[in-house]
Design a protein around this ligand. Structure first.
Ligand code: SF4
Ligand code: SF4
Length: 449
């Protein structure tokens, strides 16, 4: 069926156009990764308080079984992604660089790995609150990277209304293709997810926004869109950081989310397309969030792929499955090149928020000498939230952190657009990350005093 296609290609103001490098994995269908011998499930792999184990060492667990409960409203449950035995519960290497308490499962090699509670859920018969409770129990978080618990996002504050629901499939980071493959291959799950979200939110209209480097996906969605779904597909200019929630909202609706506010303040809820598809499939098969699509890409990996990976699979196992690394690989990032986090250890697990693994070589990673600011103002033109990165960078360099809030440092979303365009190679975003962390610490100290 033909959906209503917006004729104008939309976007937000400012931003940058990095080289895309999508060709490594764009045409590779999602492939299912086998269940590896050891699975590591950190209790902290979402925004908010860590989950709490409800299983003990030596206990048999089944694929899809609840193994750790949430510890508050802003928290998420955790499920076993394989059938096996709890080997140990102990601190393990975490993609954040820290050691984090994790449930380690020894996989049962002889198990058929069927789901613990496989069944279709009749979402029609459930109230919005009951649907929300099912999503919460299934441990859903935003799969775009931030891993914010989905049930929190879908809980509308008193006095507010979510008139518009937006499916974020911008995938503006270079190299990554997991959202693109989901758009192509899990279209019906997306539509089912949209129906459930609409019922939870009582939303009147839905938008699916994706960039024009994904025309095949736009075409597929348009052809398969059910007639009764009040949903518009919005083609967006290919530009970074369009996937950031505020930029995405501005691009699709041409309405700005004010500083310090959330999309719900302008009647909008945004969710990543992978999360929406996952929720749809959960109601179809009863499968909680125990696996996700990960793009494994870059010049440093021998066989790039789009993989459906059981959450908790170790990075080293993904590397082996993809034929190993090339000899000149120098850096591994979880995420894309703009906002991805560099990894020090090969035994870190794939988490709920891991959208891609990027392997960079000598040619991409080399030390760059920093030069003085030449006041070219390219960073000002690039910043999507209209900050003055040049000024902020100068303050950070001389550690005048306390002056930075006057220049709205806390509005910086750490997108890296300013660093990307800076001809003097000034590590602006790195300095802003440190500055913000120090300022947050200072604020916490003052509040406690
Ligand atoms: S990192 Fe911060 S200052 Fe730099 S462009 Fe992004 S939002 Fe602006
Ligand atoms: S882009 Fe770099 S050199 Fe140009 S004004 Fe900004 S900080 Fe200075």
């Amino acid at each position: 069926m033909q959906a209503i296609l917006t004729k104008n290609i939309k976007t937000f103001k400012h931003g940058v156009h990095p080289e895309e490098y999508k060709e490594y994995t764009k045409d590779l269908p999602i492939e299912r990764m086998p269940f590896m011998d050891e699975i590591v499930l950190p209790l902290s792999q979402h925004s908010g308080s860590p989950s709490k184990p409800i299983v003990k060492q030596g206990e048999k667990v089944y694929r899809g079984q609840l193994i750790a409960d949430s510890t508050g409203f802003v928290s998420a449950t955790l499920h076993a992604s394989v059938t096996g035995w709890v080997k140990v519960i102990e601190p393990r290497n975490h993609p954040s660089g820290q050691m984090v308490e994790s449930i380690v499962i020894q996989t049962d090699r002889y198990s058929p790995q069927t789901l613990y509670d496989e069944r279709e859920l009749d979402w029609h018969s459930l109230s919005p609150q009951e649907l929300l409770a099912v999503i919460q129990k299934a441990g859903f978080v935003g799969l775009g990277g931030a891993a914010f618990p989905t049930h929190v996002k879908l809980t509308i504050p008193e006095g507010k209304k979510a008139k518009f629901f937006m499916v974020n499939a911008a995938e503006c980071e270079p190299y990554l293709n997991s959202d693109y493959r989901i758009l192509l291959e899990r279209t019906d799950a997306i539509f089912l997810g949209i129906r459930i979200y609409m019922k939870v939110l009582a939303a009147e209209k839905v938008y699916i926004g994706t960039e024009t480097n994904k025309w095949e996906a736009i075409d597929t969605l348009g052809r398969r869109m059910p007639d009764d779904l009040p949903c518009e597909i919005v083609p967006l200019e290919t530009k970074y950081p369009q996937g950031a929630e505020k930029m995405f909202t501005e691009a699709v609706l041409h309405r700005e989310v004010p500083s310090g506010k959330l999309p719900i303040d302008i009647q909008v809820i945004v969710n990543n397309v992978g999360t929406v598809a996952g929720v749809g499939e959960m109601f179809k098969y009863g499968q909680p969030l125990i696996e996700r699509v990960v793009t494994v890409t870059g010049p440093g990996i021998r066989k790039p792929a789009n993989l459906m990976v059981p959450i908790g699979t170790k990075l080293s196992d993904v590397i082996d499955y993809c034929g190993g690394m090339n000899d000149n690989t120098r850096q591994i990032l979880f995420g894309g090149p703009m906002m991805g986090a560099a990894q020090r250890f090969l035994d870190v697990p794939i988490m709920k928020g891991t959208s891609g693994i990027l392997f960079l070589t000598d040619y991409q990673v080399f030390p760059r000498e920093e030069y003085p600011c030449i006041r070219c103002m390219r960073c000002v033109d690039a910043c999507p939230v209209f900050l003055n990165p040049s000024r902020l960078g100068a303050l950070a360099k001389v550690r005048l952190y306390e002056e930075m809030p006057d220049y709205h440092i806390m509005d910086c979303m750490e997108c890296g657009s300013c660093s990307y365009v800076c001809p003097s190679n000034i590590p602006l975003v790195q300095r802003f990350r440190v500055s913000k962390a120090l300022l947050r610490e200072k604020m916490a100290r003052e509040e406690a005093a």
